[in-house]
Design a protein around this ligand. Structure first.
Ligand code: F6P
Length: 357
């Protein structure tokens, strides 16, 4: 078979491990020809590609990022985008495309399958871990480890200076990274998008910590967390402005997603104002997306890459690979698009609660 591969959306550790697995499995088991389309769906729109062979994939297993590039290009927001993707598929004499991406990339894959009959297999990825149908996405484990390492470091400097440090992690509208890194790092507070936070209550808990002799606190907050607008200070504040840095409207990508980041500034300001305790902010940002994948993510990504090739050879299109009960399965891509997988709040209420505050 001639199989195209693309990586779309925000990158994450483990993408190269999927590419390597699909390429080596395809070539050695089936004598496939593999073509990497560059920068996600943009490569299929514009017909830009690179050849992927065993030699090219030899050393990429531990490498972060993606050797074929990524972008948030949405063919459906381009003039005759779906037709151009179909034309590339035909011109390159392809039999299948493996689309590695999050909700947006997989959503495009499903729409292209419906609109132009694209023969596509999806591989879910994201550090956010918010894709339905799979227990976990690769990239998440690495991001949590990176955030946990950072929290460990922030704790020692917070202790030295008797400060509050608000550590902001990624995750878009899901609190998975915040919850896991917050538990692993022993955070005093874990704030997630799924549950608006009450600044007054947080300040009371920090003051109570102080009265117990705990003069420092690390607060882990997800970038998508929002405050309860239960008092005038919060209701009148434009907390989005602190992340935008101005009164400008928030930037959005081709899928209409607002760029997040910066809510920690607002929270730290409020804590300092209300408690008088010196507060600082660390926004981890893209540090969480870069670098070498953990062993867990390398294994999961490899299993996904191998299964994606099997799905292509079975003609099992418009499906995606997923992890369920420890096994790799195939599901309709629609499963991933039903609703984002929000974080398990019982991890805060039943597990972390004993250690918070
Ligand atoms: O979806 C992955 C993610 O890293 C989110 O956690 C974050 O909000 C977003 O991508 C950042 O995107 P970009 O790299 O385009 O700024």
């Amino acid at each position: 078979m001639r199989i195209g591969i693309l990586t779309g959306g925000g990158d994450c550790p483990g993408l190269n491990a999927v590419i390597r697995a699909s390429v080596i499995k395809g070539i050695t088991a089936y004598k496939d020809e593999l073509i990497g389309f560059t920068d996600g769906w943009k490569g299929m729109l514009e017909g830009t590609s690179v050849t992927l062979d065993v030699e090219r994939c030899r050393d990429i297993l531990p490498m972060g990022g993606t050797i074929i590039g990524s972008s948030r290009t949405n063919p459906f927001s381009h003039q005759d985008g779906p037709g151009r993707v179909a034309a590339t598929f035909a011109a390159r004499d392809l039999d299948a495309v493996i689309a590695i991406g999050g909700e947006d990339t997989l959503g495009v894959a499903a729409r292209l399958a419906d609109s132009v009959g694209l023969q596509v297999v999806g591989v879910p990825k994201t550090i956010d871990n918010d894709i339905a149908g799979t227990e976990v996405t690769f990239g998440f484990n690495t991001a949590v480890q990176t955030a946990t390492d950072a929290i460990d470091r922030l704790r020692t400097t917070a202790e030295s200076h008797h400060r509050v440090i608000v550590c902001e992690v990624m995750g878009r509208n899901a609190g998975w990274i915040a919850i896991h890194s917050g538990i692993a790092g022993g955070a005093a507070e874990i704030l997630v998008p799924e549950e608006p936070f009450d600044i007054g209550e947080i300040c009371e808990r920090i003051e109570r910590r102080h009265s117990r002799g705990l003069f420092s606190s690390v607060i882990v907050i997800a970038e998508g967390a929002v405050p309860l607008e239960n008092d005038d200070d919060v209701a009148s504040a434009d907390h989005g402005a602190s992340r935008r840095g101005s009164g400008e409207p928030a930037a959005t990508d081709q899928f209409g997603h607002e760029r997040l980041g910066g809510i920690s500034n607002f929270l730290a300001e409020q804590i300092e104002l209300r408690t008088g305790i010196e507060s600082r902010v660390t926004i981890l940002g893209h540090v969480q997306r870069g670098g070498t994948p953990t062993a867990f993510d390398r294994v999961l990504a490899t299993r996904f890459g191998v299964e994606a090739i099997e799905a292509c050879h079975d003609g099992d299109f418009k499906t995606m690979v997923a992890l369920q009960a420890g096994k790799i399965v195939r599901l309709p891509i629609a499963t991933a698009l039903s609703a984002p997988k929000t974080a398990d709040l019982s991890l805060i209420h039943d597990v972390a609660a004993a250690f918070l505050g």
